[in-house]
Design a protein around this ligand. Sequence first.
Ligand code: HEM
Length: 148
Amino acid sequence: MSVLSALYPWIKSAHIVSMVAWMAGLFYLPRLFVYHCQVARGSAESERFKVMERRLLKQITTPAMIATFIFGILLAATPGAIDWAAGWWHVKLLCVLILAAFHGKMGAWRRDFLEDRNTRSERFYRIANEVPTVLLLVVVVMVVVQPF
Ligand code: HEM
């Protein structure tokens, strides 16, 4: 039995924990942007949101994404762990790539707020908030139900 096989349940636990932390960040950042839209540029509240956004992205969400990828790749590298031809696996990977792209967008939106040049509406961020929710739902159904 390889080291990866012996550690499989532990790596899967770490994968799930880091995924939860990543999703928490992807859910909460657009909420902060919604609140940030409601305050005046240059106000003390606006400056406080900038600090909260930076910390949430840089100290939690980005490290959690990296950890999810590392543990996920270790799981995928475990001999016999997944059927590479299964349809659910490809749908999951596609959703993971979209989540990573969404993460990148969030970084760009944070920079716009940081430099006081956000032009997107509160409604835009409310809708953006639903994107990770839908993707998480699809990923969990794919890995747990494995419908095809
Ligand atoms: C590079 C990215 C990723 C890779 C390579 C990857 C790979 C894997 C692999 C190989 C498994 C084990 C499947 C099995 O034992 O049947 C797994 C489990 C899991 N993954 Fe990922 N994953 C990635 C990202 C994600 C993301 C972003 C999420 C959630 C949004 C996620 C959620 C889960 C869950 C919930 C399980 C546990 C399924 C079970 O109970 O067996 N993964 N992942």
